[in-house]
Design a binder for this molecule. Sequence first.
Ligand code: NAD
Length: 254
Amino acid sequence: MTEKKMVIITGSGIGIGKATALAFGKAGWHVVVTDILENEGEAVKEEIITQGGSAEFHFLDVTSSENVSSVVNSVEKSHNQPFAAAIANAGIAHKVLFDDMSDEKWAHTLDVDLTGEFRLVRAVTPGMKRASCGSIVCVSSVMGTTYGWHDHVQYNAAKSGVVGLVRGLACDLGSHGIRVNGLAPGFIRTAQALSTVHSLGPEGLEKAAEYIPLGRIGEADEMADVIVFMCSNGARYLTGQTIIVDGGVTVGRY
Ligand SMILES: NC(=O)c1ccc[n+]([C@@H]2O[C@H](COP(=O)([O-])OP(=O)(O)OC[C@H]3O[C@@H](n4cnc5c(N)ncnc54)[C@H](O)[C@@H]3O)[C@@H](O)[C@H]2O)c1
């Protein structure tokens, strides 16, 4: 049983989720690492513990309401406390030509990237309501706040949906002391962005850097630090906002 404040992070075996798990570990939280990537998730848990932090790993597929709820409930029960923070980070960005867009391809991205985030929020809010406090961060994208992305219309729709989800949840949950915010990353060096099949790939990322006012691609830990801040007391009056963290690309690209 941990006395530390607990945070749960979906998709935290690699990428932004992993960096966020490590950052919460360093900040003194008990980190519940979750992913469908079991080896990677276990390795993140071990890394946090090696660094002197506290963590556990659970397999969690955000497309399963049952899986999400059972992980949240069993962890809360075993530590006899609710989650103080939840990070809905898991996401996919599949390239699909619009002419090939089937109901299944459309629904799969929406299921992971939008409904998957809702499922985590639904599972953690009863405990947060009992505690009258909590902080939730939902990961969107500049492809949800600002840009269209060719061959990724279902991703655009899902990530824009996250912005609305954050607004609505902030209204529903604010009176319970629960804050809900979004993070919209720009171009970040992770497996998602480095994929040449589904995204820009290494060369495309370097080209994109030319349009970024800070002159470089973002790193996962630069997203993690903002997420940890959003869950800190320093952000106590912040709710309902999706913060763009993109090195300036959305204001500088013309
Ligand atoms: N990398 C970028 O440039 C960028 C930009 C904007 C937004 N984002 C968003 O940031 C978040 C993290 O992405 P990333 O860049 O770290 O990508 P990533 O591919 O490195 O990590 C995605 C994580 O989500 C997990 N995941 C996928 N499907 C899942 C499921 N059904 N259940 C549970 N976990 C699942 C993966 O296993 C992986 O751990 C995503 O929501 C992504 O859309 C990333």
